[in-house]
Write a protein of this length. Structure first.
Length: 316
């Protein structure tokens, strides 16, 4: 563990993370984490749904500098990030954001560089300026909304699988705590059984518009997308670029091959697959579909996804 630092730390602990296993995981490491972050530390334990805003406003009013840490899964961090960013203003470069992975997949932490009792951590007092993704989206073209992501955004198969994983069923609810990768594979196969390609248009930065029957589209800052699945793009945290990866017009055999390749960290270079780097892209779906951002699901019909270069300070 790193030596103590004096700036104030605020930790939000999702005790319901990983199908209510979060409480046990946090208690396993709580004393060591607290000891490493003393003297100025505050812990807020919660169960979703939870409003972070009052505690964040109070923290920002009392501290010009400091650290805000999410102890939970990828979704917990995403909800915190989306509450925090609109409130931070000019303090974005003075507040470090950290994470403790007591969720299920913990893709944000991959590749795992530091663990405590098997739990991945990013709570080093040293921070780095990193890019984040921004999604502006609408379902009716009248009212637009905004979300941010640290890991990836997806539309199609992976988004639908994440939605099923979050909702659960008889098998998922009984497997996910003990056999994560098996649960993810089961979820993917069940999603494939009912999957239909989505007609939509991709509008590139140069204005080129292409209509495609999307099977899956992923826009990534971290090539790890779910459990053992990962893309083969080389991603950098602060280069001002997003990875665009999509496959189109795949039948069930093609989908199974793509998933098999993703499990081995491969994707690019095969028919009906596109892999490139972008700063922004627009998506227009023919019908309302699901958008996944770091495991959180939102309904969309149109979206513009772009990168915000070095937008936050991330704890190492």
């Amino acid at each position: 563990m790193k030596p103590p630092v004096s700036k104030t730390k605020l930790i939000f602990v999702n005790v319901a993370a990983n199908n209510n296993e979060g409480k046990k995981r946090w208690e396993r490491i709580e004393k060591q984490v607290v000891a490493s972050l003393l003297p100025a530390i505050e812990i807020v334990k919660y169960k979703p749904p939870f409003d972070f805003a009052p505690d964040i406003r109070r923290f920002l009013a009392a501290n010009e500098e400091g650290y805000i840490i999410s102890s939970g899964g990828d979704g917990s961090l995403n909800v915190l990030l989306n509450t925090l960013l609109p409130l931070m203003g000019e303090s974005r470069q003075r507040i470090g954001i950290g994470a403790i992975g007591i969720g299920s997949s913990n893709d944000f932490h991959k590749p795992f560089n530091r663990k405590l009792e098997g739990i991945p951590l990013r709570i080093d007092s040293h921070t780095s300026a990193v890019d984040i993704g921004q999604v502006d989206y609408t379902v009716d073209a009248k009212k637009w909304h905004r979300k941010y992501f640290l890991i990836n955004a997806s539309i199609g198969l992976i988004a639908n699988a994440n939605e099923l994983f979050n909702k659960g069923d008889f098998i998922i609810d009984r497997l996910k705590n003990r056999f994560l990768n098996t649960t993810i594979l089961y979820t993917a196969l069940k999603t494939i059984a009912t999957h239909r390609n989505m007609m939509g248009a991709l509008i590139q930065e140069n204005g080129h518009k292409e209509r495609v029957p999307l099977t899956n589209l992923s826009i990534i800052k971290n090539r790890h997308v779910s459990g053992e699945f990962m893309y083969d793009q080389k991603m950098e945290a602060d280069n001002g670029l997003l990875g665009l990866n999509y496959c189109y017009d795949l039948n069930r055999i093609g989908i199974l091959q793509a998933l098999s390749d993703l499990k081995r960290g491969r994707f690019s270079g095969k028919p009906k697959r596109v892999s490139t780097y972008i700063k922004s892209v627009e998506i227009e779906l023919d019908k309302i579909g699901s958008l996944e951002t770091d495991g959180e699901i939102t309904a969309i019909k149109k979206a513009k996804i772009s990168v915000l270069p070095k937008a936050i300070q991330l704890m190492n």
